[in-house]
Design a protein around this ligand. Structure first.
Ligand code: MN
Length: 324
């Protein structure tokens, strides 16, 4: 399929480059480093070769979220956003942008989101999970301090991409002795799925019914589990013990979009389509951690209707990010 749009597509600036070191093994670091720092050459050649019209770009992970010095986090986010804006300006037909935000300072993050959307023309924000304000702290986005941020995000009408990060060592007891379970193998999905459930259960979407959160990796396992989340022991007729008014699955179907980033599996895609519908699923690769051809070759040939391929490959993104 031609003219696909992807929206989990990363780059790094020198300040954040080393955050991506160690995820994929040292033997591929020279290649990964090249991919992360390149914007207009190798990236575009891959897109051209495999039918991608556009990438909506975002900074690598955990980057801003893992900088405990609040001032430095805010400055680094601004620097990355200014760099990205200048790169997008060179090829706005091929690149658009998500804001990096230092959620460590909710007011500054809100101002930066407004600046990025209104002044720089960004399409939304991508944040890498919880934020570390002190070295061992984890502040999740359902925290009360973010009420003003979410209100502004809703007002601007831009989607918010909740991207994974690893849990802190202090919260990783379950992975002790099994480091291979960290990162994309398992811990990313676990961490991000729980974060998304926290948002749903908190009542955030009762206050902001139009707010749209994007999850990668075909929903971080949630399509497979969301029915059980709501059904658990239905015979007891016990009401759910959370502030939100509806079933969590209702929010999942009304307030979430899912991308296929890094999860190029037809069986999983079909399950996601059955749970949330093909209007809420979008193509993505997870470049540069995954290959564009691995995503594109699978997606172009996977057995779904051509109508769904068009929606997932392009038109859902055009609508969600107002690209036309
Ligand atoms: Mn990613």
């Amino acid at each position: 399929m031609d003219r696909k749009i992807g929206l989990e597509e990363h780059f790094a600036i020198p300040d954040t480059l080393n955050d991506s070191k160690g995820f994929l093994g040292d033997h591929v670091w020279p290649e990964l480093e090249k991919r992360l720092l390149d914007m207009q050459e190798y990236r575009l050649s891959q897109m051209d070769k495999h039918g991608m019209q556009m990438m909506i770009l975002s900074l690598n992970a955990p980057a801003i979220q893992a900088i405990p010095d609040v001032k430095k986090a805010t400055e680094t986010a601004r620097k990355a956003n200014d760099f990205l804006a200048a790169e997008v300006k060179k090829r706005p037909d091929r690149f658009q942008a998500f804001a990096a935000l230092a959620m460590q300072d909710p007011d500054a993050a809100t101002r930066e989101l407004v600046r990025c959307v209104k002044d720089l023309g960004f399409r939304g924000a991508l944040v890498n999970g919880f934020s570390s304000i002190e070295k061992e702290s984890m502040v999740y986005l359902d925290d009360r301090r973010y009420q003003g941020f979410w209100a502004e995000c809703d007002k601007l009408g831009v989607p918010f991409y909740l991207h994974p990060r690893n849990p802190l060592p202090s919260a990783s007891q379950i992975y002790e002795g099994h480091p291979w379970l960290l990162g994309p193998t398992w811990a990313f999905g676990q961490e991000t799925a729980v974060h998304a459930l926290r948002l749903m259960a908190s009542g955030l979407f009762d206050r902001h019914p139009k707010l749209q959160i994007v999850l990668g990796h075909l929903g971080e396992g949630l399509p497979y589990s969301i029915w059980r989340v709501d059904n658990r022991n239905a015979w007891t007729k016990a009401p759910p013990r959370y502030p939100a008014k509806k079933k969590l699955g209702d929010y999942f179907r009304d307030n979430f979009h899912l991308t296929v980033s890094g999860n190029f599996r037809t069986q999983t895609l079909i399950d996601a389509i059955l749970e949330v519908g093909s209007d809420r699923i979008l193509f993505s690769t997870d470049w540069p951690f995954e290959n564009v051809d691995h995503a594109a070759d699978w997606f172009d040939a996977c057995p779904i209707s051509e109508a769904d391929r068009l929606k997932i490959g392009r038109t859902n993104a055009e609508r969600l990010f107002k690209l036309l």
